[in-house]
Design a protein around this ligand. Structure first.
Ligand code: ATP
Ligand code: MG
Length: 322
């Protein structure tokens, strides 16, 4: 099947603290800039697999912006939807690692160029042959971006296209009121839902529900495929079979040397969604996505661990789950 994906949201440069437990209020060394932003990583991973993907965002008219566009372009992302903006600089983030997978961020996103991304930046011509929209919860950081995403969602849905949604909740974003409201709206249209294990309770009807019960309720409301990402433990798939019974699958995570957890969920999601749209079985798509997440954590830098299909195949062929 021919398909084309689009995604919308933050594009920024990221600086990583060199030492674990490095503090933000004391001088220390950072490495970067690395190109980042959850939807940007998603788009990069789709493109690396060889599938068409349009990315909508804004950058500043500065070197960081040029770097972001150049990187995405050279990996094959369709960059015509990225607008260099006059009024703000390219977004940025500083990250420090506490325990192995715990991170603290200082984001400069809502006041950066990608914070000015709005309705008018979504060029309908670029959306014309898109059949799928991926939404990152982390991209719902301003009413303007929410407006932009709603425009794309309406267009894609009206053509019979599909939607995937990764909540990607960041505690730093909880005080943005528009974000919470737009979650419900996007869930109504979601076909493929990709939460993290830690986000499941946010979608539960009450505190006593377990993961399976919460996911079953969402499937009954119309979501077609759900994958709950569990970091090094792997992932759980939930769907309904033709008789309407719950179908579950689990993949154990690969044993890899994890050097940077950022981007794993985005690569996992991009691989799962692309391969499913390309006609792979749920089981195959899950296996490739698991490999994609594992390869992402084994490289330092948010977008440095995206993989080609050949790299994923090579990894799956040579690595066994212990
Ligand atoms: P984030 O907190 O960045 O949003 P996420 O929760 O969306 O991350 P993770 O669960 O961290 O995503 O990772 C996605 C997938 O990548 C996992 O389900 C797993 O398949 C793979 N993965 C992540 N971390 C590891 C690891 N340490 N070892 C092996 N595989 C991993
Ligand atoms: Mg995530």
């Amino acid at each position: 099947m021919r398909f084309k994906i689009c995604t919308i949201g933050e594009l920024l440069v990221e600086f990583l603290a060199k030492e674990q437990n490095q503090r933000f209020d004391q001088a220390g060394e950072f490495i970067g800039p690395f190109v980042s932003g959850a939807p940007a990583i998603f788009a990069d991973q789709v493109a690396k697999l060889g599938f068409p993907v349009v990315f909508f965002s804004c950058v500043g008219k500065d070197i960081f912006g040029k770097m972001c566009i150049h990187r995405l372009n050279s990996d094959g992302v369709i960059i015509d939807g990225i607008t260099p903006h006059n009024k703000a600089n390219t977004g940025s983030a500083f990250v420090t690692y506490k325990a192995s997978s715990e991170r603290d961020f200082i984001f400069n996103i809502p006041n950066s160029a990608c914070g000015l991304l709005s309705f008018n930046h979504i060029n309908e011509n670029l959306l014309r042959d898109c059949t799928h929209l991926h939404v990152m919860g982390s991209s719902l950081y301003s009413f303007r971006v929410i407006d932009a995403i709603r425009k794309a969602l309406d267009i894609i849905k009206s053509k019979g296209g599909t939607i995937s949604f990764d909540p990607n909740l960041r505690k730093e974003m909880f005080d943005i009121p528009e974000m919470e409201q737009s979650f419900d709206y996007i869930m109504e249209y979601t076909d493929i839902f990709l939460p993290s294990e830690s986000e499941v309770s946010y979608f539960a009807n009450d505190n006593n529900e377990n993961e399976q019960q919460t996911m079953f309720a969402l499937l009954k409301k119309g979501v077609k495929h759900i994958v709950v990402k569990g970091g090094s433990k792997g992932a759980n798939y939930y769907g309904l079979n033709e008789q309407g019974y719950l179908q579950t699958l689990h993949v154990d995570g690969y044993k890899v040397n994890s050097v940077d957890p950022t981007g794993a969920g985005d690569c996992f999601g991009a691989t799962f969604v692309s391969l499913l749209l390309a006609g792979y079985s749920v089981e195959q798509a899950l296996q490739y996505a698991n490999a994609s997440g594992a390869l992402a954590v084994s490289k330092k830098g948010p977008m440095e661990g995206t993989s080609t299909l050949a790299e994923l195949k090579h990894f799956l062929f040579h690595t066994s789950i212990e």
